[in-house]
Design a binder for this molecule. Structure first.
Ligand SMILES: O=C(CO)COP(=O)(O)O
Length: 256
């Protein structure tokens, strides 16, 4: 954790979820009611098809709803894409940009990710900007160089802590059940913090740095307890309300 920074526990449903899954959103929305919500923010990013109906289910809950991607332009001839403005129009509050699956599946570059984050800011959304090294890059000792390059390339100038979340997701840890050691997470997060402070000063000190990649109820306590880890970006385990809530509740102890 980072002193004076409110953690964020976020779920990325990826290309999973139909109307039947709305029961899980409802259960999460109910489960995050209570005093812990004053200390810890929560967010679920369902597929775009469920965005509007999900926000409607959360009107009485602190659970926030976001999207998984946006186009860099505000509108126009871009078949199949959605804009940040459309997400905001559905009462979404956040958008994930630069997830490694999009960098791979859609050849997204740091330059494009930065433009998407700028589009998010323009629509008054919080951008959850994802970065992380591949297994090969880690093996060859390039992890910190990759993080440096991705941070420099993907985070817009003028990014503010209030609207910027960085998610460190080692590509090799996503959906594999593998996680870095606490020491490796601590090293990566301390490095990212230092880079952000160098560039953004006090704003960089309070930007939230999430860890993502095989976060489960069984390892959340350890990972969330690492210095400069201000929450989680959870894939598979966020699809089940009981798992998501179990991860959220590790903060009962961490914030006590
Ligand atoms: O990619 C992720 C979240 O964005 C992590 O996914 P898993 O939690 O399924 O490893």
């Amino acid at each position: 954790m980072t002193p004076d920074v409110r953690p964020l526990v976020a779920g990325n449903w990826k290309m999973n979820g139909t109307r039947a899954s709305l029961d899980q959103i409802k259960a999460i929305a109910e489960g995050v009611q209570g005093p812990l919500a004053e200390k810890v923010e929560t967010l679920i990013c369902p597929p775009a098809t469920l965005l509007y109906v999900s926000t409607a289910l959360c009107t009485d809950s602190p659970l926030q709803i976001g999207a998984q991607d946006c186009h860099q332009n505000a509108s126009g001839a871009h078949t199949g894409d959605i804009s940040a403005e459309m997400i905001a129009d559905c009462f979404g509050t956040h958008v994930i940009v630069g997830h490694s699956e999009r960098r791979t599946d859609h050849a997204e570059t740091d330059h494009l990710v930065r433009a998407k984050a700028e589009a998010a800011f323009a629509a008054d959304l919080t951008a959850v900007i994802c970065i992380g090294e591949t297994a090969e890059e880690r093996k060859s000792g390039q992890t910190l160089d990759i993080l440096k390059r991705q941070l420099a390339g993907s985070v817009p100038d003028g990014a503010k802590a209030e609207r910027t979340v960085i998610a460190y997701e080692p590509v090799w840890a996503i959906g594999t059940g593998l996680t870095p050691t606490s020491d490796d997470v601590a090293e990566a997060h301390a490095f990212m913090r230092a880079e952000l402070v160098k560039r953004f000063g006090a704003e960089g000190q309070s930007m939230r740095l999430l860890y993502g990649g095989s976060v489960k109820p069984s390892n959340a306590r350890e990972l969330m307890g690492v210095a400069n880890v201000d929450g989680a970006l959870i894939g598979g385990a966020s699809l089940k309300a009981s798992d998501f809530l179990a991860i959220y509740r590790v903060y009962e102890e961490l914030t006590a």
